[in-house]
Design a protein around this ligand. Structure first.
Ligand SMILES: *Cc1c(COP(=O)(O)O)cnc(C)c1O
Length: 401
């Protein structure tokens, strides 16, 4: 994890030693994010992807307001999935029309807020469309809407599938023509499609294949319904390495392939804005979770490091956020002695459940109470994706340096 250099035997973030950051946080546990790494990641995306691609940040990956503000000067738009996230995005200088609001089960209250804010609503069903039309009538504001399409293809690769087959997300591609026909009788401003097929994918070929099918589907849908589109959101899905054996994704071939696909798209839609929405790829590797050893004990020949940070702070690292087989996130200690010999240990949190494990059977240098334990790859789906109230421990802090 070379993005966080070890200086004088101590891990550092943004040039600040981790123990100093712990003092600054007022104690452990805490999350720490590095703004320079986030900026570099966006620059990398800009270099590798076609120039005209519009980059959106999926706020749910890390909705910390300071992170969202920082990104607002680097990217072209936000994708939000709740009115809470929408408010954070609206507080930035990004224009409302470049904020896309997706998510099944938007309430009337959320829809009213979205219409009043003039964001782009990615509609997830015909029923939602009719509710928006009713709100439009009441408010006198014409809502800006797109259709979130549940594609008619599924990704043939690992990663988290969020499209294809029967899903609670979006409108099945084959239902879109009828929906668009109805839409044209309503007072809604139709701007385009969002086609989201999955997440956390490390296979460049599978991603390029999904892009090809996505753009093909968008062209077919628009032609079938003779609808003009101003924007096309082709999803995101770029993954980051979490586990031993995960290979880092090289996005240059994905960008080259997209270049060719865009030529084809331009024949049909010369002016369409093509959007990709990314969360973890932008922020995931820029963050650490830091906790502190409270006890070291042995049980029947195995060594346990008990910390004050657990699944209530970092559900994903505990393996309970969508993993089928539990694997360890990369974990280390804050201070790395030069010739300390590693030993095999299991790192747990303080909760009274066997699920509260941060790392099982990993090699760590000898630790004692007071030492810091660090979990890498924690910039996305960390604190906000964790059951913070479980067992009633106090909330923890997040910092951006
Ligand atoms: C969660 C989500 C994303 C972000 O996924 P990452 O894996 O964090 O890049 C993007 N778009 C939609 C619609 C999502 O639900």
């Amino acid at each position: 994890m070379e993005q966080f250099p070890v200086v004088d035997g101590e891990l550092s973030v943004g040039g600040i030693p981790i123990t100093q950051l712990a003092q600054r946080a007022g104690g452990t546990p805490f999350y720490i994010y590095d703004r320079r790494l986030i900026t570099e990641r966006v620059n990398y995306l800009r270099r590798a992807l076609p120039k005209e691609i519009r980059l959106h940040y999926a706020v749910k990956a890390n909705p910390m307001p300071a992170v969202v503000q920082h990104l607002s000067s680097l990217i072209d738009g936000f994708d939000v999935a709740s009115s809470g996230e929408m408010q954070v995005a609206l507080d930035t200088p990004i224009s409302a029309k470049n904020i896309g609001f997706a998510g099944p089960g938007k309430t009337d209250k959320e829809l009213r807020q979205a219409v009043a804010a003039d964001v782009t609503i990615n509609m997830e069903s015909e029923g939602e469309m009719r509710r928006i039309a009713k709100i439009a009538e009441e408010s006198g504001i014409q809502p800006r809407v797109a259709i979130r399409v549940n594609p008619d293809f599924e990704l043939n690769s690992s990663g988290m599938s969020m499209g294809g087959g029967a899903k609670q997300f979006g409108v099945d591609a084959e239902r879109v023509p009828a929906m668009l026909k109805e839409l044209k009788s309503l007072d809604l401003l139709f701007v385009g499609f969002q086609i989201f097929w999955g997440s956390q994918n490390l296979n460049a070929e599978a991603i390029s294949d999904a892009h090809e099918k996505t753009i093909g589907l968008a062209i077919r849908l628009s032609e079938q319904t003779s609808s003009d589109i101003q924007h096309l959101n082709i999803g995101g899905g770029l993954g980051i390495p979490y586990f031993p054996g995960d290979k880092r994704l090289d996005i240059r071939p994905i960008g080259d392939h997209l270049d060719k696909l865009l030529l084809d798209l331009r024949v049909h839609f010369p002016n369409v804005d093509v959007i990709t929405e990314l969360g973890r790829f932008i922020v995931g590797e820029a963050g650490l979770f830091v906790c502190e050893v409270t006890d070291v004990k042995e049980s029947r020949g195995e060594k346990f490091i008990i910390t004050n940070g657990g699944m209530h702070h970092h559900l994903a690292a505990s393996g309970n956020f969508g993993q089928i087989i539990r694997k360890n996130y990369p974990v280390t200690v804050g201070s790395i002695g030069r010739d300390a010999k590693s030993e095999i240990v299991t790192v747990t949190g303080p909760l009274c459940t066997p699920l509260d494990i941060l790392a099982k059977n990993i090699a760590l240098p000898p630790t004692k109470p007071g030492d810091l334990v660090v979990v890498f790859q924690s910039g996305a789906y960390g604190y906000t994706a964790s059951p913070d109230r479980f067992l009633g421990h106090p909330s923890i802090s997040e910092m951006l340096v």
